[in-house]
Design a protein around this ligand. Structure first.
Ligand code: FMN
Length: 211
């Protein structure tokens, strides 16, 4: 569902999902990079958060006009037949879905098909022909548990793109792997994923010719 935005940049609709990792504090920074004038796309962003993710950012730090959705919105919107079903409509609207951060709990749910909140329902209903990026973030001990690799491999097997964790001193004080990738790396994966999903015919059209 792409149009052309101002300055001949193609418009891309993206969902940023956040789960209950402390790395959710980086959400405003990721948004800032995406909305930067240097970005090759004009991004329209919607945010989907779990209840726990809400703890790690202040909605006042999110630019006006960017909608933030949580489980309550899904249920408030649907009263009767014909009303919007948010997790389905979000998926139809978006060109790309990135979950940054994906915590251990939501990763376990995602890899087993559990959909007990808006974020997981949106992920479960996602059209797999469109890019889906996940950015794990967890304590080193959680990361080192054998289930982590198993679940990451399962997600990648479905075509999801991983932005791997990095090693550093975590907020809890432990040093090791498990920190969410740098925001710049996540931004670049978003750009690369969108660019690689352009069909040869579409990418051959000069920007000035798109409407
Ligand atoms: C301060 C704090 C920081 C946390 N950071 C992480 C984290 O980085 N990664 C993780 O997997 N869980 C983390 N957790 C635990 C999750 O928030 C917890 O598993 C929660 O149930 C996740 O719910 P959700 O997946 O629905 O967002 C943290 C918890 C607290 C209290």
């Amino acid at each position: 569902m792409s149009n052309s935005g101002g300055n001949n940049k193609p418009t891309k609709n993206i969902i940023i999902g956040c789960s209950g990792s402390v790395a959710t504090i980086k959400l405003p920074l990721l948004i800032k990079l995406l909305l930067d004038s240097e970005s090759p796309y004009k991004f329209v962003i919607k945010i989907v958060v779990t209840d726990r993710a809400k703890h790690f950012f202040d909605s006042k730090d999110i630019p006006l006009g960017i909608q933030i959705f949580n489980d309550d919105d899904e249920w408030k919107m649907w009263k009767k037949r014909g009303d919007p079903v948010l997790h389905i409509d979000l998926g139809k609207w978006a060109d790309l879905f990135v979950i940054a951060p994906l915590d251990a709990n939501s990763m376990a749910k995602l890899s087993t098909g559990i959909c007990d909140n808006l974020l997981m329902c949106t992920a479960r209903a996602w059209d797999l022909s469109k890019p889906f990026i996940f950015c794990p973030a967890m304590n080193t001990k959680m990361y080192n548990h054998p289930i982590t690799e198993e679940q990451i491999e399962k997600l990648k097997g479905w075509g999801y793109r991983e932005v791997p964790c990095i090693s550093k001193t975590l907020v809890c004080g432990d040093t090791g792997n498990g920190a969410m990738a740098e925001v710049q790396t996540i931004y670049q994966e978003i750009i690369d994923s969108l660019s690689s999903t352009l069909t040869p015919a579409a990418s051959a059209i000069p920007a000035s010719a798109s409407s």
